[in-house]
Design a binder for this molecule. Structure first.
Ligand SMILES: Cc1cc2nc3c(=O)[nH]c(=O)nc-3n(C[C@H](O)[C@H](O)[C@H](O)COP(=O)(O)OP(=O)(O)OC[C@H]3O[C@@H](n4cnc5c(N)ncnc54)[C@H](O)[C@@H]3O)c2cc1C
Length: 176
């Protein structure tokens, strides 16, 4: 007998991930951005550089992703939990229909990039593979960058946000 979805989620929750917001433009020609919180991101290939994001069937972003054929991955910093919640549909104002009130700019390829993210990937979709109840969006990375001097990442573990505590050490001045 297969594990039930709840057990599967609980066990897989032990695999620590970062948290991203996948962004694209709406399919109505308005030029307005849209986003969804995603932790199912993995690199797939180095040459060519490919990444995969897994998007559940029926997500509202789906038609926008398919029409635009491009998406950006914004890797969130520890201080961006509010955006992670908002882009996951939390009942907050401004909500995700208002792009969570997030500051953003068009990237090198024009995709919407969130200010304060620790890294960005701008991708062209090369394949969408429907598997089980998710679509795997394979993106060729056209442009990527890290934010110099960025904060530590926001992490996700056992369905909780986790932050990295950076230990510091200082050499003693006196004789030990
Ligand atoms: C840390 C974290 C990581 C996550 N990682 C992932 C991930 O890797 N992949 C993933 O897919 N999700 C992930 N999620 C969940 C995802 O972010 C949220 O479930 C998502 O934002 C909910 O968006 P949704 O409304 O599109 O989808 P759902 O909550 O699934 O709602 C879809 C429902 O809305 C209805 N609907 C569809 N379009 C419209 C519309 N235009 N207007 C009104 N109703 C409509 C549909 O009929 C359906 O019933 C993650 C969430 C968190 C917090």
């Amino acid at each position: 007998m297969l594990p039930d979805p709840e057990t599967f989620r609980r066990v897989m929750g032990h695999f620590v991930t970062g948290v991203t917001v996948v962004t694209t433009y709406r399919d109505d020609g308005s030029g307005r951005p849209y986003g969804i919180t995603v932790n199912a991101l993995t690199s797939v290939s180095l040459e060519p550089p490919l990444v995969m994001v897994a998007i559940g069937h029926g997500r509202r972003i789906e038609p926008h992703l398919r029409t635009t054929g491009r998406f950006a991955v914004n890797i969130l910093a520890a201080g961006q939990q509010r955006l992670a919640d908002c882009f996951a549909g939390a009942e907050v104002e401004p909500d995700r229909e208002a792009f969570c009130g997030a500051d953003w700019t068009p990237g090198s390829t024009g995709l919407p990039l969130l200010a304060g993210a620790i890294a960005h990937l701008e991708c062209t979709t090369v394949e969408i593979i429907s598997v089980g109840d998710h679509d795997l969006h394979i993106g060729r990375v056209d442009h990527l960058a890290t934010n110099p001097g960025h904060d530590p990442p926001l992490l996700y573990y056992r369905r909780r946000y986790v932050r990295v505590e950076q230990a510091t050490e200082t050499r003693p001045e006196g004789r030990p």
